[in-house]
Design a protein around this ligand. Structure first.
Ligand code: 5GP
Length: 137
């Protein structure tokens, strides 16, 4: 699938747009979702330009999952989450809205999740949650 390098997450990766980051290395970035479906909703993205998981080279996918696991453990520890929904939407037909592959980590239950949150979360509260997650890494 053709990759649009002006998509929001590509711009966050280039630091053209702000994000509340919890982890970054050479290959992956983790940051807080701006419209969280639950407290602690975090996104993990590979730096590799790929629209969906199906476009992502297997080695990049494998490394990204290692970081997903690392962030999930930090969320569990920092927020006392008893369960974390790991969600990955590939394709607009599946509901994907940002065309750069991303994994949602949502400390919640699948039974509590509905459609996307439609409004911005409280950014100060999100910053506080991000600090707790970072401290638990
Ligand atoms: P998707 O539907 O593509 O799986 O999810 C995209 C997610 O990105 C949504 O949960 C949405 O709240 C989040 N999002 C959209 N724009 C931004 C943004 O500019 N910054 C951040 N941090 N999250 C965003």
């Amino acid at each position: 699938m053709t990759y649009d390098d002006q998509n929001i997450f590509a711009r966050i990766l280039r630091n053209e747009l702000p994000a509340i980051k919890v982890y970054e290395d050479e290959y992956v970035l983790a940051f807080m979702d701006i419209m969280p479906q639950a407290d602690g909703h975090t996104l993990v993205i590979p730096k590799t330009p790929a629209v969906t998981l199906l476009d992502l080279p297997p080695d990049a996918a494998a490394y990204t999952i290692q970081i997903v696991q690392k962030i999930a453990k930090a969320i569990e520890k920092a927020l006392g989450a008893e369960g974390i929904v790991l969600m990955q939407l590939s394709g607009t037909a599946a509901g994907q809205t940002v065309p750069h592959v991303h994994f949602h980590l949502i400390p919640s239950s699948v039974h509590e999740l509905g459609k996307h949150a439609a409004q911005l979360g409280d950014q100060e509260k999100i910053k506080t949650l991000a600090e707790k997650i970072k401290a638990a890494l």
